[in-house]
Design a protein around this ligand. Structure first.
Ligand SMILES: NC(=O)c1ccc[n+]([C@@H]2O[C@H](COP(=O)([O-])OP(=O)(O)OC[C@H]3O[C@@H](n4cnc5c(N)ncnc54)[C@H](O)[C@@H]3O)[C@@H](O)[C@H]2O)c1
Length: 353
């Protein structure tokens, strides 16, 4: 594609492309006003109305309705993949073979472990950076809460409880990512799960509707989880999507974090600490900016694959599939878990019972 007058500077920039132009993609694009070394160069959506309406000064000739017409003009340096999860494997397969070397992929990475592993393998084989857009641990509020934890405010962690509305594959992967963040990346060992509800198997994020589970980690800490609409009756319906809750129970206190309000820390020996600095909108936008900046810095890293760390990307999907295996077999399942063959059919059969 010919550079227009005034676009010479852009030739030196990292040229990003957004694929999937829904509401979430608008938040991805917003980060770029604070990233001078990169720009949203092109966008792609099969929905022409959304393609035209997407905000920003992207000229019509760089608004593409399919991947082939995008690739006929331009190979993106970095792709933000903000489509629903089920169409991503085919898009990534095409883009890595065309030479794209970096992806920010919205959560969930995939709705099955088999597909998630294929994406990670494809990126490894092609030396491509893969960043899953789990931005919540970059929010100031979670980082401040973790600092209290590391300073010993609640003593040794005994148990973490995570809950959210939305289905396990829609919101639950955020919560498993947060649990892993607070546990400092220690390895899971085994898990016990229960699940119910076939009503979301045909949704944009195919998933059981509800899940209950316990995951035991190295060192003895346990993560208890409840995922699914009205998972936590304490959540005000007005805060449905930000009703995500992380409760960390330590030997001498509790950190209770709600995405709608930030944290409260209750300990034996201090007055209650309230997260007075919490501002969801600002912190979430800053977290998205930080995640994007880190990915852009890693685009030119010699080892892009290590910078993206595919194993960490797989963890929430592997845990969900382990919990599904446990629920299906009524048995404790060890980690690591193997992909369940024909997961969709197994879920249909099991959840119909
Ligand atoms: N990290 C977060 O905090 C957060 C918040 C909201 C949503 N999300 C995630 O972001 C993703 C997108 O969410 P959304 O609400 O914007 O979804 P959406 O369905 O509104 O938008 C997705 C867009 O992708 C387009 N699309 C579908 N298939 C395509 C294809 N093959 N080629 C090109 N375009 C295609 C659709 O036309 C649609 O415009 C989901 O995975 C969701 O879970 C993450």
């Amino acid at each position: 594609m010919q550079a227009r007058p005034g676009e010479e500077r852009a030739e030196k920039m990292i040229k990003s492309t957004i694929i999937g132009c829904g509401a979430r993609a608008i938040e991805h694009a917003a980060s770029y006003k604070n990233i001078p070394e990169a720009a949203i160069w092109a966008i792609c959506d099969s929905n022409l109305e959304r393609l035209r309406a997407f905000p920003g000064a992207i000229p019509a000739e760089r608004r593409f309705s399919d991947i082939e017409s995008l690739l006929a003009n331009f190979t993106p340096d970095l792709v933000h993949l903000v489509t629903p999860p089920t169409v991503r494997l085919a898009i990534i397969t095409r883009l890595v073979s065309a030479g794209t070397k970096a992806f920010i992929i919205e959560k969930p990475l995939a709705c099955s472990l088999a597909e998630a592993q294929q994406i990670v393998t494809l990126c490894r084989q092609h030396g491509a950076l893969l960043v899953v857009n789990h931005q919540l641990p970059l929010m100031g509020s979670y980082r401040r809460a973790k600092q209290f934890l590391e300073e010993g405010a609640i003593g040794a962690v005994e148990r973490v409880r995570v809950s959210c509305n939305g289905s396990p594959y829609e919101q639950g992967t955020h919560m498993l990512d947060l649990a892993s963040f607070f546990l400092g990346g220690i390895r899971p060992q085994r898990m016990l799960g229960q699940m119910a509800g076939a009503g979301k198997l045909t949704a944009a994020h195919p998933s059981p509707e509800w899940m209950l589970g316990r995951i035991l980690f190295e060192g003895g800490a346990a993560v208890d989880l409840v995922f699914g609409d009205i998972a936590d009756p304490r959540v005000d319906p007005a805060h449905f999507w930000v009703g995500c809750r992380v409760e960390i129970v330590g030997a001498k206190g509790v950190i209770d974090h709600k995405l709608s309000h930030g944290y409260r820390i209750i300990t034996e020996d201090m007055p209650v600490i309230v997260d007075a600095a919490f501002n969801y909108g600002e912190e979430n936008a800053q977290a998205q900016l930080d995640l994007t900046r880190r990915a852009i810095a890693a685009v030119s890293a010699a080892d892009r694959v290590a910078a993206g760390n595919g194993d960490a990307a797989l963890l929430p999907i592997a845990l969900l599939e382990g919990l599904i295996a446990s629920a299906s077999q009524n048995a404790i399942v060890d980690y690591p878990v193997a992909p369940i063959p024909d997961l969709r059919r197994r879920l249909e059969e099991r959840l119909a019972q």
